[in-house]
Every structure is written in structure tokens, then in C-alpha cells.
Design a protein around this ligand. Sequence first.
Ligand SMILES: *Cc1c(COP(=O)(O)O)cnc(C)c1O
Length: 321
Amino acid sequence: MRVTLSMEQSLPAVPAVDDHHVDRRRYPDGVAFMDGQYLPMSEAKISVLDWGFLHSDATYDTVHVWNGRFFRLDLHLDRFFRGIERLRMELPYDREKIASILNNCVALSGHRSAYVEMICTRGSSPTFSRDPRQAENRFMAFAVPFGSVANKEQLERGLHVAISETIRIPPKSIDPSIKNYHWLDLVKGLFDAYERGAETALILDTNGYVAEGPGFNVFVVKDGSLRTPAFGVLPGITRRTVFDLCAVMGLSATAADVSRAEIKAADEVFITSTAGGIMPVTRIDGTAIANGLVGSITRRLMDLYWHKHDDPAWSTAVAYP
Ligand SMILES: *Cc1c(COP(=O)(O)O)cnc(C)c1O
């Protein structure tokens, strides 16, 4: 990827990369922001001494851009800033500056549909102190092509999911409402699922109820009402959006425990993530959900979800050069 901008354009330039040092094909086509500069993805690197890397001491958020518009950016920024505060981190940038950095990453990348991540790590201390209070926190962001948990075929026929025996990290250990990189439980769930011939995983909460999967929440539909786990999960913006869509469509939706038996006996199941939106599940642990086809409520929600991406009340235009 090479971003070239003429002088009249107000966006900062992204330097060209020396091809001798980096195999750029190994990096997605995109633009990152780090240490005050915009860089091609292949150049965006952090120190191995950053606590974000050494201790997963970081929070992040992911927002997407669809047809040149950010979807629900304010909600993502709210969640990101709340996480930073709860983790006692500080950023040198305010909310407006971060919104403009995200905009610039997308604009410089040229992508009309993008996956945009903002990250704050603990960083490291200039004296290598073990005291997290001495660390200089770091902010970085990037925009790469839009990616989805489910591919086109899976979106049409529904995902095959396995419920892993793995327990989600307890909320009393790690607050799940702060978006984090403590993913060893989720990754173990994925390997469990692959071993059982499934495409992705759901893992359980500390009480044995269904919690969530690697980067997504889950909903069940039964007798026309929706339910999503309330405990031990990241409150997803797509999950929240489903509640808002249900209000528009006159459907009832609640957050409450979902047992393994209940999810298998549901009329419809779907998962939600910024990486893919609302994605149907038609098979759990090898057994079809209802008739094994994507359900009608799921379809209606998917349609309205994508329709809302053009609505100025739900989305903001990227300022391309
Ligand atoms: C990001 C994430 C989700 C989904 O949240 P969205 O805001 O809808 O993308 C669900 N679970 C976990 C663990 C996550 O990290």
C-alpha cells in the first residue's frame, strides 16, 4: 500500500516504506497512527517492553466504516474513554482529537468500508519501573479493510458453533465491560470448536450459562422475544444496537441468563459484533437450530441493521480528501 496525497490536501502524508526491510504483503492494506505519525500498517510496531504486550495491560475499541460512514462512533468512543478511566490510564488526546485521528486513518487508507481500531496501552516507564503509575500510556489506531466473523457463505446459511467447556474469565478478575485483550479463554474455545468440526465457539460464564464468543455477543429468539446473556460479557455496541432495532421493530428484548439447553431449543440464534454485524447461527454442537435455516427475525434485524448505516442519526460521514 502506498498512500500519496498532494500538497493541497489537508491530511498528513503517510511516508513510503522501504521495501527491502518489510514484506508488505504480510500486512493488510491500511493506515495506522502511532507516536504522532500516520504510517502504513507494515510500519506500525510497538516495543516488546510495552505492558500492553507483556501483560495485556491495554484497552481498545473497534468501530467500523461502511459506505464511507462510521457506524455509532459516539458509542464506541464512550466505551473506549470509560475503559481508559477505569484502568487509570491517561491519553494526551481528547475525544475530538481521537475522532479526527480515526477519520484520518480511514481517509488516508482510502477504504470505503473499514475496520477501525483504537488502542490505549499502559506503555512502559522510562526507567523500566515495575510501578504502573510510572508508565507512559500509549495511544495507537489503525484502519484496515472491513473484516467479518462470518464470511458470505456463512452469513447465508448460518454459522456452525460449538459450546466449549471453557469458562469466561470471571468478572471479579477482569471487568468484561472494559474491552480487553485477555483472550486466552476465547482462543481456547476456538480450538475446542475446531476440534469438534465447528466454525466458532461460545464459552460459558462462571455459573455455567452461555456467555459470549471470541469478539461477539449472542442472542436467542424464542416465541418472538429476544434474550442475550447479561452476566460476564462485554456489552457490545452491536448488542446494544439490536436492542435499539428491536425497539424500532416492536420486538421484546431482554438481557438475562441463557442456559445451554435454552440456546439449543431456541427458534433462532445469532451473534453480534462490529466485525460482521448481526450473523446467523443455524447449528450448535452439531444439531440444527429449529429447521436449520436462517430465521425470519434474524433476517429482518440484519436488513434493518445495514439499512441504518446510511441514517445520519446512527452514522457519521468520513471526511475523505
Ligand atoms: C468487541 C467484543 C464483543 C462485541 O462488541 P461490539 O461492540 O458489538 O463489536 C463481544 N465480546 C467481546 C469479548 C468483545 O471483545
